[in-house]
Design a protein around this ligand. Structure first.
Ligand code: AMP
Ligand code: MG
Length: 312
């Protein structure tokens, strides 16, 4: 069944916020493109979101906020980062900062990274929804992975109507291009993704912008950019049973130190993945991981596990 497409009346915003509270997915217009919103603090909702988009990887997601206060509850802003906020929020500028100790954004939304991407959208519908919901929402573009980003509610209805719970129709998105992403953790700002805010504008407020190398695998800003979740422990993948001294991260029925999903549910496993890896990493030097099927969300789970295994 296709999700209802509603004008953003007060009633529709209330209904959307309720759906988000119960783990649902809501398509919402922003000034860049239509986003697929989910409660950033709810790992199960985030797993559903990745499944709905059919993303083959758990890319970290941008958490959208209604206020600077909401942003500062989640991440640590340097003086220069605050100057960028002052100059460009609300607007198409995403700032990557260190996650704060009491932050609520789920590990899965951050793909296990100790950093967090935050943005305050400049769109009345996105702002109303965020205020009504009262917490950060992730909202990657509301299109299936590999398709182009939607700038009209009808695009979302056509491509994703059967995978979302509600579509808020706010007309055409004006920017059409994604937000500019700046790593604001160091002494100098680093451009992680060009987008609809011109980097020259950033330079005016905080000079010394570091631009990405032609080689996407080169470190983008020395010592700063963690490319993916990297445990200290050594991971051994596709393990049927643990060896002596290894922790066992299970999947499906059977004994395990921790189990991603005893019922072999991939969405549950995705929701638990980073939290459980982190827990085992704190207690063990070696972790054996049970085989995970590679269909559906399993592809993204295996992608992250493979990368995490290579770094040890
Ligand atoms: P979008 O596709 O517009 O939702 O943007 C998601 C992109 O934001 C990711 O692919 C990353 O490039 C970037 N991003 C999100 N969170 C982080 C983070 N914690 N650290 C670095 N980059 C991030
Ligand atoms: Mg996109």
């Amino acid at each position: 069944m296709s999700a209802p497409v509603l004008s953003p009346t007060n009633d529709a915003i209330t209904r959307a916020a309720d759906l988000l509270r119960s783990g649902g997915l809501v398509a919402v217009p922003t000034e860049t493109v239509y986003g697929l919103a989910a409660n950033a603090a709810n790992a199960e909702a985030i797993a559903r979101l990745y499944a709905a988009k059919g993303r083959p990887r758990f890319n970290p997601l941008i958490a959208h906020v209604a206020s600077l206060e909401m942003a500062q509850a989640q991440g640590a802003f340097s003086r220069q980062a605050l100057e960028l906020v002052e100059a460009f929020w609300p607007g198409p500028l995403t700032l990557v900062v260190d996650v704060s100790e009491h932050g609520t954004v789920s590990d899965l939304a951050r793909a296990g990274l100790p950093s967090l991407a935050l943005r305050m959208p400049d769109h009345p519908v996105a702002q109303s929804l965020l205020s009504e919901f009262g917490g950060p929402l992730v909202a990657p573009s509301a299109n299936p992975s590999g398709k182009i980003s939607p700038t009209h509610a009808e695009h979302v209805a056509t491509d994703m109507g059967d995978r979302v719970d509600l579509i808020l129709d706010g007309g055409t998105c004006t920017a059409g291009l994604e937000s500019t992403i700046i790593d604001a953790r160091g002494d100098r700002p680093a451009l992680l993704r060009p987008g609809s805010l011109d980097p020259a504008e950033i330079e005016r407020v905080w000079p010394g912008l570091i631009r990405p190398e032609a080689n996407p695998d080169a470190p983008q800003s020395p010592g700063q950019m963690l490319r993916h979740y990297a445990p200290n422990a050594k991971l051994r993948l596709h393990a049927a049973t643990p060896d002596e001294g290894e922790a066992f991260l299970g999947f499906g029925p059977g004994e395990a130190t921790l189990n991603l999903s005893t019922s072999a549910d991939l969405a549950e496993a995705a929701a638990n993945l980073f939290r459980m890896l982190r827990e085992l990493d704190q207690r063990y030097d070696r972790i054996a991981v049970a085989p995970i099927p590679s269909h559906g969300l399993g592809e993204a789970i295996n992608d992250r596990l493979t990368r995490a295994a290579k770094t040890a």
